[in-house]
Design a protein. Structure first.
Ligand code: HEM
Ligand code: ISQ
Length: 154
């Protein structure tokens, strides 16, 4: 089914709420990833050498923010042209970063679940199934592009 204006608005509006507290929401996103998959800790450079999740880590915040922003961008593209395209250089780079750090397809489900839970918590009473579906679809299309690129990696 086509991605509607309404779906795009649900994604955009919730991102507007979420971005008002990047430090807390990026930390929550990351903490949720590790709750679901504790072993993922070893893949992240900013965690490898610490026992706890750093509370104020610039890399964690900027990476988490990028994931959210890229998913929003993906929603916009889905509505505008019905497909998600990531620039070649960005895709190549992300493909190699993820392969290099040992990310596999299954992990994308973990990050998706964590992303959805983070949005749900952040927007509180504004949450709806429809909002979850819109983020889900945008994320899946973006994830598919990154996964395809990862398979091209030597
Ligand atoms: C790094 C985005 C899925 C694990 C990154 C970076 C971005 C990103 C933007 C930073 C690259 C850089 O500037 O160095 C995304 C997006 C995803 C996704 C948009 C899904 C649509 C995943 C999944 C995992 C994962 C499923 C596995 C749990 C990592 C790791 C790094 C990374 C380990 C390197 C972090 C470091 O140590 O610097 N990702 N990612 N990512 N991502 Fe993802
Ligand atoms: C990198 N890739 C996917 C998800 C992330 C969450 C937090 C920080 C970095 C990330």
């Amino acid at each position: 089914m086509a991605f509607t204006e309404k779906q795009e608005a649900l994604v955009k509006d919730s991102w507007e709420i979420l971005k008002q507290n990047i430090p807390e929401n990026s930390l929550r996103f990351f903490t949720t990833i590790l709750e679901i998959a504790p072993a993922a800790k070893a893949m992240f450079s900013f965690l490898r050498d610490s026992d706890e999740i750093p509370q104020n880590n610039a890399k964690l915040k900027s990476h988490a923010t990028k994931v959210f922003k890229m998913t929003c961008e993906s929603a916009l593209q889905l509505r505008e042209k019905g497909e998600v395209t990531v620039s070649d250089t960005t895709l190549k780079y992300l493909g190699s970063v993820h392969v290099k750090n040992g990310v596999i397809d299954l992990h994308f489900e973990v990050v998706k679940e964590a992303l959805l839970r983070t949005i749900k918590e952040a927007v509180g009473e504004n949450w709806s199934e429809e909002m979850g579906c819109a983020w889900s679809e945008a994320y899946d299309k973006l994830a598919a592009a990154i996964k395809a690129e990862m398979k091209q990696e030597p």
